[in-house]
Design a protein around this ligand. Structure first.
Ligand code: ADP
Length: 514
């Protein structure tokens, strides 16, 4: 080729590229303006193509996918689009019995006899496969539950893998975990989990149970069973012996059948306080062990000496970024009176910039409310809260026309007995009140039937320690909020339940200690 011809060809190629670029720009130029700000965000959606979702999913029992005894399936809805995503098997007593039997066979025959080091290897393998498939899991979690992709990608999936890694390490070191004691596994554990962190809750429950040498029947939440079924594929890929983990999907009655099964040795439950109490009642006359991780109405206490901008960000992160769908959400804000006015001004400004919308978009901060009933519950409670009086502020966000979306809001100047300040709403709804002294802050923070978590914002270490000592909450964060780590125990006081998950404390409920 002559020099001229080559130049001509490069020029033509370049112009093609430019043309192509131009066309791409044109098609993706739908810009989203964030009200009150002079900059715009182009859409940045994560691809749905990275995950293959089947039309329907069966139970996972004894290492295989098996159809439900009833032949019934329930729809799973994408809350951001209101479209049917897939269907899950509805488990009845026979399915539960089949799963418990498979777990018992695996426990007696394989898992409890296996050298602990080998058990650990399976857990490491599961953790690694989760990491390898993390993008797929993140997209599945977001499609199924409506949470922003940045949360599933950066929190749910990495933390789930981290829990398997952490407990894998303990599998062959149990005698060092509790020195001087002899420990052994319990047997078959029934684990029932909620819809707010589907894969992460499964990991919180499965990893310590398996490391301790138990076998499991897991019942995911009916609204969000997708990643549990993808996890079943991971267990197959890791060649976990059949029956060590069984997954039976379904609604409340499926969970109740698991709780009632006579051959289950331990129940671990995370969910609402009402169902937790019911389960406690139902196992009270049996020898089953029980741990409960229930609701919360956690307080974020901000002192006047705190780094205010960071505290505003922490409050936003604690209640809004996750749609308020966290048991330990900082749903009550206690402000020192001297800074209350300025703090709320800053909070309002920040709330205006929260990006509510398509959960698959990488810019989205606040996604869809997990399901219709929850969305309706939030709306009803907020309407009732407005009738109770006080100051109500809601950020004006342009919400998508379809899907269950709710703009972040807060109530201030309400009485301490108001609905909004007492009930767990599980939505982006904050209750604000003020205090004058640390003692008053502690009294107000403890004025709740719950005791799951709290946050303290101050630059003075002594004030943080004094306040923390007075608080009746299982987890207390200082100058941060909603930070999790597998080595750190999590759990509550009072109506927030009993037992701990995470860390060494999380191993204990899965062991007999002598
Ligand atoms: P939420 O109100 O947040 O949906 P629930 O406590 O109702 O929380 O649900 C948490 C988990 O408990 C779900 O997996 C659900 O299917 C299960 N569940 C609901 N009712 C019962 C019950 N009576 N016994 C056992 N599990 C139940």
């Amino acid at each position: 080729m002559t020099k001229k011809k080559a130049q001509k060809k490069t020029k033509a190629k370049k112009s093609k590229v430019t043309k192509k670029k131009k066309t791409t720009k044109k098609t993706s130029s739908v810009k989203k303006t964030v009200k009150g700000l002079d900059f715009v965000y182009d859409p940045a959606p994560e691809s749905k193509a990275v995950v293959h979702i089947q039309n329907k999913y069966d139970h996972f029992i004894a290492g295989k996918f098996v159809a439900p005894n009833s032949g019934k399936y329930m729809k799973s809805i994408n809350p951001a689009t209101e479209e049917v995503l897939t269907k899950h098997a509805v488990g009845d007593e026979k399915d539960v019995d089949r799963a418990v039997k498979a777990a018992r066979v695996a426990y007696e025959g394989v898992w409890s006899k296996m050298p602990a080091e080998e058990r650990g290897r399976y857990l490491y393998r599961i953790a690694r496969i989760l990491q390898e498939r993390s993008r797929e899991f993140a997209v599945a979690e977001t499609l199924d539950g409506g949470k922003p992709i940045k949360e599933s990608r950066d929190v749910d999936i990495p933390l789930a893998a981290a829990h398997f890694f952490y407990y894998a390490g303990w599998a062959d070191k149990l005698e060092y975990a509790f020195p001087g004691k002899s420990v052994r596994s319990i047997g078959v554990c029934g684990q029932i989990i909620p819809w707010n962190f589907p894969l992460l809750m499964a990991a919180w429950k499965l990893a310590p149970a398996l490391a301790a040498g138990n076998c499991v029947v897991l019942k995911p939440a009916e609204q969000t069973s997708l990643t549990a079924m993808l996890l079943a594929e991971v267990l197959q890929e890791a060649e976990l012996p059949d029956g060590v983990v069984n997954i039976v999907t379904g609604e409340g009655p499926t969970g109740a059948a698991l709780v009632a099964h006579p051959d289950v040795n331990k129940i671990a439950f995370t969910g609402s306080t009402d169902i937790g109490k019911l389960i406690a009642k139902n196992v009270a006359h049996t020898t089953k062990k029980l741990t409960l991780e229930l609701g919360g109405k956690s307080a974020n206490i901000v002192y006047e000496d705190a780094a205010i901008d960071q505290a505003v960000e922490g409050v936003v992160n604690g209640i809004y970024f996750n749609q308020g769908h966290v048991c330990c959400a900082g749903s009550r804000l206690l402000l020192e009176e001297s800074i209350a006015k300025d703090f709320l001004k800053k909070l309002q400004k920040r709330m205006k910039t929260i990006r509510v919308g398509d959960p698959l978009d990488k810019n989205t901060d606040l996604g869809a409310i997990n399901h219709k009933e929850q969305w309706e519950k939030i709306k009803t409670l907020v309407d009732q809260g407005k009738e109770e009086g006080g100051d109500f502020y809601q950020a004006e966000c342009k919400l998508p026309s379809k899907g269950y979306f709710f703009s972040p809001c807060y109530f201030a100047k309400q009485s301490g007995s108001s609905l909004i300040s007492r009930l767990e709403i599980f939505g982006p709804v904050l209750s604000v009140s003020t205090f004058r002294t640390p003692d008053e802050a502690i009294t107000k923070a403890n004025d709740t039937p719950y005791g799951l978590a709290a946050g303290i914002w101050s630059e003075k270490g002594s004030k943080i320690h004094k306040t923390a000592n007075g608080l009746k909450a299982g987890v207390i964060w200082a100058n941060t909020y909603n930070k999790f780590d597998p080595t750190s125990p999590f759990g509550g006081f009072f109506e927030s339940g009993y037992g701990r998950e995470g860390g060494l404390h999380g191993l204990l409920p899965y062991l007999e200690v002598k």
